[in-house]
Design a protein around this ligand. Structure first.
Ligand code: SF4
Length: 299
């Protein structure tokens, strides 16, 4: 069997920064450091930080007064900052700057008097944080999903979650433009999501099966699996080698591997080791040289 490795894959700049933020906080302020929501959607990363003294909670109310809390990379609604202030918490916000950009766009369009539509997945942490910024309406990225019935002269601005499927989002935006032709559209799918989906599309044409390494609750990992499957290749999302089902491998000569923006490379290495291929081929892909500065409080 040959393994074909997609590139780029794995950690994006926002995830690298968020993990570094927790590590620096542990060093600077000492454990425990509380983290509101999984710092990034990967249990391996979360467990690693918890072993060093991080404590993951889901709500600000769970953080003892006076403690240090890191807000996750997905972004948080303003009310969480308010609650933290009331509890006297030291907040370090590890939100990805590309998510902050979406928040700022939302505020700008709202101030301009536009109706804001957010294309995204209900319940996702990033969507909760963005929806909290200003009044806006969520539209699922499934094309044809129901749009609000606003008068034709209403000015509309369209934002998107950063980790959506590039193809599905294009369809959703097309449907919105058909209904609100004057809508201002900001496609906010980030560089890491776009590059990983482009790379998996290229890889899917060469392989019999795709393994996406990452967590079930990771939006960008799920989209990678869907993109590969949309190209007619059986595709499975697994956390690591222990989840490989040997039946999937029957008759497979070329197995493609990729990983989401929150997946550490060590898990990819472990999966390759478990497959024990005769050959590993690395595909060329987009170069990524993105990095973000740390939050002001830690610089
Ligand atoms: S996936 Fe994109 S938006 Fe999310 S943390 Fe990474 S770079 Fe930022």
């Amino acid at each position: 069997m040959e393994v074909i490795l997609s590139s780029p894959r794995g950690f994006c700049a926002g995830v690298v920064r968020a993990v570094e933020v927790v590590e620096i906080c542990l060093e600077k302020f000492g454990p425990p450091v509380y983290v509101k929501h999984q710092i990034v959607h990967n249990p391996h990363v979360v467990n690693d930080l918890e072993l060093k003294g991080a404590i993951t909670v889901e709500t600000v109310e769970e953080v003892p007064p006076g403690s240090t809390v890191v807000f996750s990379a997905h972004g948080s609604p303003p009310e969480d900052f308010e609650k933290a202030k009331m509890r006297g918490l030291r907040v370090i916000d590890a939100v990805c700057p590309l998510v902050t950009r979406v928040h700022n766009e939302a505020k700008k369009y709202h101030e301009e008097g536009k109706k804001v539509l957010l294309v995204g997945h209900e319940g996702h942490q990033e969507v909760q944080g963005t929806m909290g910024q200003v009044e806006m309406t969520l539209v699922d990225d499934a094309a044809g999903s129901q749009l609000p019935e606003w008068p034709d002269n209403v000015e509309v601005a369209v934002l998107t979650q950063t980790t959506l499927s590039v193809g599905d989002t294009a369809e959703a935006i097309k449907a919105i433009k058909e209904r609100y032709s004057g809508a201002v559209v900001r496609n906010d799918i980030c560089y890491a999501t776009t590059n990983r989906q482009e790379a998996v599309t290229k890889m899917a044409a060469l392989v019999d099966m795709v393994l996406v390494i990452g967590a079930q609750n990771s939006s960008n990992c799920n989209r990678l699996r869907e993109v590969a499957e949309a190209h007619g290749v059986p595709s499975y999302l697994i956390n690591g080698p222990e989840e490989i089902d040997q039946r999937w491998l029957t008759g497979k000569v070329k197995v493609g591997i990729t990983s989401g923006a929150s997946t550490p490379e060590v898990l990819v290495e472990q999966v390759i080791e478990a497959l024990a291929p005769e050959k590993v081929t690395l595909l060329n892909g987009a170069d990524e040289d993105v990095s973000f500065t740390l939050p002001r409080e830690l610089r």
